[in-house]
Design a protein around this ligand. Structure first.
Ligand code: ATP
Ligand code: MG
Length: 407
């Protein structure tokens, strides 16, 4: 049966122009897979028989993004289209990067180097779908299957093992039996893969619709090779709810919440997550088991310790965890707390030094020297207004400050 895929106009124009200059060109890989599955492709990659220099000559303005691997990028509007020459990956060094890449004039050779049958299809309006490894059939059966011998493919690049688990979670597919057996056998090869690449796959898995499937990293024996501290996680406790918004810090925190906060942060550092994510996830892991308090005054104390976004994520995490773990609050308590927090915000109660009615400058004007003592005074004033928001006026607060003579 003929398949039609709707391709963005810009990608179509790139393909047509290459054709007019005598080259073959197709959209390829993840975008074809996603389009066939009715998912919105993140990016549209183009594969062509033209060599990089020829692509540059045809288009003039191009960006060298991965020229040594045959990739140049064309900017069209706000989108970048990666155009990559058909290539055969040379021998792999330690399952890391191919030592060399060789350009070829055969599309099929290029498709062969790709990881899974569903990722090894190409399409253009002239030839239609090029599917030489049965990708469509596998997708129909919801199967992830390696192109060629799974053992060979995972030996070349062990990251593909985590890609298989990640796609299983994103697409809710099964891993085909031979591929699955090779996943288990070759998981130790992940030791050769960089932490950044590992992390990117795990993050995509956690952000997917089936984040719980992170458990398979443990089931298949890959955990010891993810990172030194990662292996300390006990898989029995893992539960990451798909109902949590797909934010990195929140999903990582949900996954790591049974570790102590220092250990959770250590794992995230080992995996080279960015500092903002490490710090937010660390805070969430630190706080989710702690009581938020009974009163609005106690709640303001907690809110004063974090950004509003982090506080909201904390409530989300607690609300999800309440379904699995023992935490100080019930879901009803949490709903009440959420309503209280909304009130606190709507009233504009002071919960940070930024909105304290007295600033450092005011204290200096009153004769205080900048330094430690001044910091302590500001903290004391903040504690006071967290307890008594109505006292957040300059007049009230200055009354509590001893004059220069008594200091
Ligand atoms: P995503 O939706 O995350 O972008 P993707 O399949 O498009 O998934 P990319 O990293 O964008 O993944 O890679 C594009 C294509 O390149 C893949 O579809 C696959 O054909 C090929 N590919 C990517 N990584 C590998 C790999 N490690 N081994 C073999 N082929 C790969
Ligand atoms: Mg992609």
């Amino acid at each position: 049966m003929d398949v039609t895929i709707r391709i963005p106009r810009a990608a179509e124009e790139i393909i047509d122009k290459l054709n007019r200059h005598g080259f073959e060109a197709y959209v390829v890989g993840g975008c074809v897979r996603d389009a066939l599955l009715g998912r919105e492709p993140g990016d549209w990659d183009i594969t062509t028989s033209a060599k990089p220099e020829q692509v540059k000559a045809v288009f003039g303005r191009t960006i060298d993004t991965g020229i040594q691997h045959g990739t140049v990028t064309l900017l069209r509007g706000r989108c970048g289209y990666e155009v990559t020459t058909y290539r055969i990956d040379g021998e792999y060094e330690d399952g890391r990067h191919p030592k060399s890449v060789e350009f070829t004039s055969e599309l099929v050779e290029d498709l062969k180097r790709r990881d899974f049958t569903m990722n090894a299809m190409a399409y253009n309006h002239i030839s239609g779908l090029v599917d030489v490894f049965g990708g469509q059939q596998d997708m129909k059966e919801r199967l992830i299957r390696c192109v060629g011998r799974a053992e060979d493919r995972f030996t070349e690049d062990a990251l593909r093992i985590l890609r298989a688990l990640r796609f299983a979670a994103q697409l809710d597919f099964e891993i085909e039996a031979e591929t699955e057996a090779a996943v288990r056998r070759l998981a130790p090869n992940l030791v050769h893969v960089s932490k950044e690449r590992i992390q990117m796959e795990l993050t995509k898995l956690l952000l997917s619709d089936h984040p719980d499937q992170i458990r398979r990293v443990f089931d298949c024996g890959a955990a010891p090779y993810v990172s030194e501290t990662f292996v300390k996680i006990s898989p029995e406790n893992i539960s990451v709810s798909p109902h949590l918004p797909a934010r990195k810090s929140l999903r990582w925190a949900a996954f790591l919440r049974h570790q102590d906060a220092a250990e959770a942060k250590q794992i995230l550092r080992e995996l080279k997550l960015d500092n903002d994510t490490i710090s937010a996830a660390g805070e969430l892991v630190e706080w989710w088991r702690k009581p938020l308090g009974e009163t609005q005054a106690e709640l303001r104390q907690v809110m004063s310790r974090m950004t509003p976004e982090l506080f909201d994520d904390l409530i989300l995490l607690k609300t999800e965890a309440a379904g699995y773990d023992r935490i100080p609050e019930t879901r009803a308590d949490l709903a009440r707390i959420q309503a209280d927090a909304a009130q606190i915000r709507a009233r504009g109660d002071c919960i940070s030094l930024k909105t304290l009615a007295v600033s450092g400058d005011d204290l200096i004007a009153a004769g205080m020297k900048p330094g430690k003592e001044m910091g302590a005074v500001l903290s004391r004033l903040l504690r006071l207004v967290l307890e008594h928001p109505e006292k957040n006026t300059k007049e009230e607060l200055m009354k509590t400050i001893p004059g220069p003579d008594s200091r």
